[in-house]
Design a protein around this ligand. Structure first.
Ligand SMILES: CC(C)(COP(=O)(O)OP(=O)(O)OC[C@H]1O[C@@H](n2cnc3c(N)ncnc32)[C@H](O)[C@@H]1OP(=O)(O)O)[C@@H](O)C(=O)NCCC(=O)NCCS
Length: 197
């Protein structure tokens, strides 16, 4: 994968302009899930995204792909001359656009009688694009969209062993509230973290 940091954009997905890339984008996210998380934590992307309360943001870049197409066909009835043969064999270059997903965040909007809660369900950055500020950008983007802490609280669960993610959450303003024993499975605990202004 190659892209300059300033070519990477963030958008809500699915959206109209990416309609024809929907399957490809979902496949990329599923592949990232499989590579990054244990089997029982890999999210069913299509299902999660289709839930009314969930929102997915992707960090992506666009790439032009040149493809060769031999469109010219020789008529079988007449014998082609050299010029016709050359033209027939000359590949037609077509350029198509590809969307490459380099990170994503999914959050849920939980309504409550008091203040609604924005729950971060998943955050992941492709390993080749880590440490350039994308995880932080995705997370801050969600907090801004949901107007945390003015109009919404924010919280999340994170595996106590995921030090890198915990560092990121702390940097952005989340604090550890409590340890939840066996949250992921027996022997794997989570921190409940909340955004504190
Ligand atoms: C956690 C994750 C999303 C971080 O994404 P990222 O884009 O690399 O993070 P950023 O570049 O935005 O870094 C922001 C902050 O996170 C922390 N951080 C990121 N990478 C770190 C590392 N390797 N070691 C220590 N702290 C790190 C730092 O506090 C960093 O701030 P700094 O650059 O000022 O030191 C990414 O490592 C990832 O996808 N990990 C696997 C999946 C995961 O654990 N997800 C979270 C649980 S669902």
């Amino acid at each position: 994968m190659s892209a300059r940091k300033d070519n990477i954009r963030i958008t809500i997905f699915p959206n109209k302009s990416f309609q024809k890339y929907t399957d490809v984008i979902i496949k990329q996210i599923e592949s990232c899930e499989k590579k990054t998380f244990p089997k029982n934590e890999a999210m069913a992307v299509k299902e999660e995204v289709s839930k009314r309360t969930n929102t997915l943001l992707i960090a992506y870049y666009e790439q032009d792909i040149q493809k060769e197409q031999c469109t010219q066909k020789l008529k079988s009835t007449s014998k082609p001359n050299d010029h016709q043969r050359k033209r027939a064999n000359k590949p037609n270059m077509t350029i198509t656009k590809e969307i490459i997903v380099v990170g994503y965040i999914i959050y849920s909007n939980i309504s409550s009688t008091q203040m609604p809660v924005t729950r971060i369900l998943k955050l992941c950055v492709h390993h080749s694009f880590r440490r350039i500020g994308l995880g932080e950008k995705l997370l801050r983007n969600v907090l801004e969209r949901m107007d945390v802490p003015k109009r919404s609280k924010a919280d999340l669960h994170v595996d106590v062993e995921r030090t890198v993610a915990i560092n990121l959450y702390k940097k952005v303003g989340f604090n550890i509230i409590k340890r939840i024993v066996d949250y992921y499975e027996v022997g794997r605990d989570a921190w409940l973290m909340e955004f504190i202004n």
